[in-house]
Design a protein. Structure first.
Length: 255
């Protein structure tokens, strides 16, 4: 039986492209300036591609779709070094995190839900389900987004990444969630929109629930997910099936 759900944030609860693609376009020139690199349109386009963003799509396995700020900073620095630029030491994850924080907390940031969320979370609360979030973002930005979405009060656990906490698909955030609420691995469903989220679920021994509300296409997730939904609103529709699957998984592990 499912007793807890650990949600991803971007692309799962809020629209990925309208927030993060535009934020990245604003952040990169400032990151380059701090690195002592002159920005131009060609370089900006090249770095967007390095992060997995092109004119027509966002790569579900690209850096922007799932990496922490620290990992993204390393990707950018490596790309710049390959182009022959000399990079200052302060151009690290801390700087990138600060620049994104400023952009996402700004009034113009578009933090929009992928679907109507409050009815789902109220329903989960009524079912007694423990709800958490596991994200590569910071605690401050995560709480800001959840408040804008109107669902912050429904979350018992806020799992965020940092320089010292290993991000998904490592199991650190999941282990803390389970330990804090006395949950067995098979009693938890992980809901996310990227292949990294599905690998996270596999690494954790949890149910993998993929949603098609983010960058990933059906082909990216269908072989990796136990359930593949249009978006999180379909959790209610498939709840009985998900519970039956969970109970079978628990029984199989006990054999």
């Amino acid at each position: 039986m499912i007793k807890g759900i650990l949600f991803d944030k971007d692309g799962t609860l809020l629209k990925f492209d309208v927030l993060w693609v535009e934020a990245t376009r604003q952040v990169l020139p400032r990151f380059l300036q701090a690195c002592g690199v002159e920005c131009n349109n060609f370089l900006l386009k090249s770095l967007m591609t390095v992060l997995g963003v092109t004119k027509n799509e966002i790569a579900a396995d690209g850096a922007l779709a799932w990496m922490s700020y620290w990992a993204m900073a390393e990707v950018l620095k490596e790309a710049l070094c390959r182009k022959g630029f000399s990079i200052k030491n302060q151009c690290n994850g801390s700087l990138l995190e600060s620049l994104y924080r400023e952009e996402v907390l700004a009034e113009h940031a578009r933090i929009e839900p992928v679907t109507e969320l409050v009815p789902l979370f109220q329903w989960l609360k009524n079912q007694g389900i423990i709800v958490g979030i596991a994200t590569a973002d910071t605690w401050e930005v995560t709480m800001h987004c959840l408040k804008i979405l109107g669902i912050a009060a429904y979350f018992s656990y806020i799992g965020t990444s940092s320089e010292t906490v290993k991000p998904k698909p490592c199991t650190d955030l999941f282990d803390t969630f389970c330990a804090g609420y006395d949950l067995l691995h098979a009693e938890v469903a992980i809901v996310g929109d990227t292949p990294a989220d599905m690998q996270f679920a596999r690494n954790c021994g949890a149910m993998a629930v993929g949603v098609l509300s983010g960058p990933a296409k059906k082909a990216d997730l269908e072989q990796k997910a136990d359930f593949l939904l249009k978006d999180v609103s379909e959790i209610q529709t498939y709840w009985n099936c998900m519970n039956s699957f969970s109970e079978k998984s628990e029984w199989d592990k006990e054999k």
